[in-house]
Design a binder for this molecule. Structure first.
Ligand SMILES: O=C(O)CCC(=O)C(=O)O
Ligand SMILES: [Fe+2]
Length: 401
């Protein structure tokens, strides 16, 4: 929709497929950290690389390119733009932003255009959170999964976002710049080169995530103050799906002091009074598999045959045998549910999937991860050569190789 020249902006319906929206939701809900403002969570591409999950930047590549081309075409600046920032951003109850333009700080002056992609639905996944332009048409934008809004980052497009009343609102947000010194690609390629040189580059070994420092996962209802109340967002994300983490240590440790340490070390998943015997290398690994299961559950149910599960035991039995099993406690359950429950989860409080699904998800997640990892190793040398992160169909690269 082209609008008046005084307020250059564009709305694109169904620009992203629903499956891509779900895939990005999986990435965000398994990798995000607390954001830059209260009740906001974010996942940047550099964070994915830093946490040993560089392959998870791949689902972003073609969409970044399509959005950049669209912005260049619509705003009439072909071949002039660089992606300045790409990130998944979610807002929970209480988050909002007043009237502003996106270049309204001295350190944001390089931003020329914004693209906000909605990944979930107003009224279904969250309430509140309508986007509003101060002048010009359209005035209000209701977030619908797959839709995108683009606008100039200057004062011609002053906007705000209403407070989130309930649920979690998720977007993929990009800014574009004409200034090549703010090219995100150059920074990402440099991070990738460090990350890949730390690993066995030739071996597409299974890639396991490595958590960032624990304070990046600590949600505090009153950010800025040193208050003790709050929760670890990895525990909270598992909790709203109906799962808890159990750690099996030899020694008795003081829970509050060691929660951080345990979240970094091997653990298992429990649901109600049953324990899944699969050991995950750390909390992020377990959370990635849980969120992957959430994304793929219907597909997993179609393809799995047999579905015999042998590695689930009653918790009471396992704790008797291994007296050192410890539940990692979440703390404020109610707060975690307010912050992370999407509206659609409220209907019934039962877990959305069970052990058979999770069992299948462990293998499907490994296949997904290995496939992306192999793809990254094919694409990366081209990105390094051209100092640009671009999308080419894999068959074309394989032909060249
Ligand atoms: O998420 C949105 O709809 C817009 C967010 C926004 O205005 C911003 O991040 O500057
Ligand atoms: Fe904004």
């Amino acid at each position: 929709m082209a609008t008046d020249a005084e307020h250059p902006r564009l709305i694109l319906h169904n620009f992203l497929s629903l499956d891509l929206c779900r895939e990005l939701e999986f990435i965000h809900k398994s990798c995000c950290t607390v954001g830059y403002r209260p009740n906001v969570f974010s996942t940047t591409l550099s964070h994915l690389i830093a946490t040993n999950s560089a392959h998870l930047i791949l689902p972003f590549i073609s969409i970044r390119e399509r959005l950049k081309e669209k912005a260049e075409e619509f705003f009439g600046c072909e071949y002039q733009l660089f992606v300045e920032f790409t990130g998944l951003i979610s807002w929970s109850k209480g988050a909002s932003i007043g009237w502003h333009s996106d270049d309204n700080r001295s350190y944001l002056k390089q931003r020329d255009f914004a693209a906000v992609c909605y990944l979930n639905n107003h009224g279904e996944d969250f309430n509140g959170g309508l986007f509003q332009f101060q002048d010009g048409k359209p005035t209000t934008v209701v977030p619908v999964a797959g839709d995108v809004i683009m606008y100039t980052a200057d004062s011609r497009n002053i906007h705000s976002v209403h407070e989130i009343m309930d649920g979690e609102r998720l977007t993929l947000t990009l800014w574009f710049s004409r200034d090549s010194s703010h090219d995100e690609d150059a920074k990402l390629i440099s991070l990738l080169s460090q990350s890949l040189s730390n690993n066995f580059v030739d071996e597409p070994i299974l890639h396991l995530p490595l958590p960032a420092p624990n304070n990046m996962y600590w949600f505090s209802p009153d950010q800025g103050s040193q208050c003790q109340s709050g929760f670890d967002i990895r525990l909270a994300r598992a909790h709203v799906l109906g799962y808890t983490f159990y750690s099996f240590h030899d020694q008795l440790l003081d829970t509050s002091q060691n929660l951080s340490e345990w979240l970094m070390s091997p653990l298992r998943l429990a649901m109600e009074d049953e324990l899944f015997y699969k050991e995950f290398v750390n909390s992020l690994h377990a959370l990635q598999v849980l969120q992957f299961c959430c994304w793929k559950v219907s597909e997993l149910r179609e393809t799995e045959v047999g579905r015999a599960i042998t590695n689930v035991v009653p918790l009471s039995q396992s704790l008797q045998e291994k007296s050192s099993g410890w539940k990692l406690t979440l703390g404020d359950h109610q707060l975690a549910e307010t912050v992370f429950r999407s509206l659609s989860n409220y209907e019934d409080s039962k877990p959305a999937f069970g052990w058979a699904d999770l069992h299948a998800a462990v293998f499907a997640w490994e296949n997904y991860t290995c496939k992306l990892r192999k793809e990254l190793l094919i694409r990366y040398p081209y990105w390094r050569t051209y100092q640009s992160i671009f999308f080419v169909p894999l068959v074309d690269l394989e032909k060249e190789a």
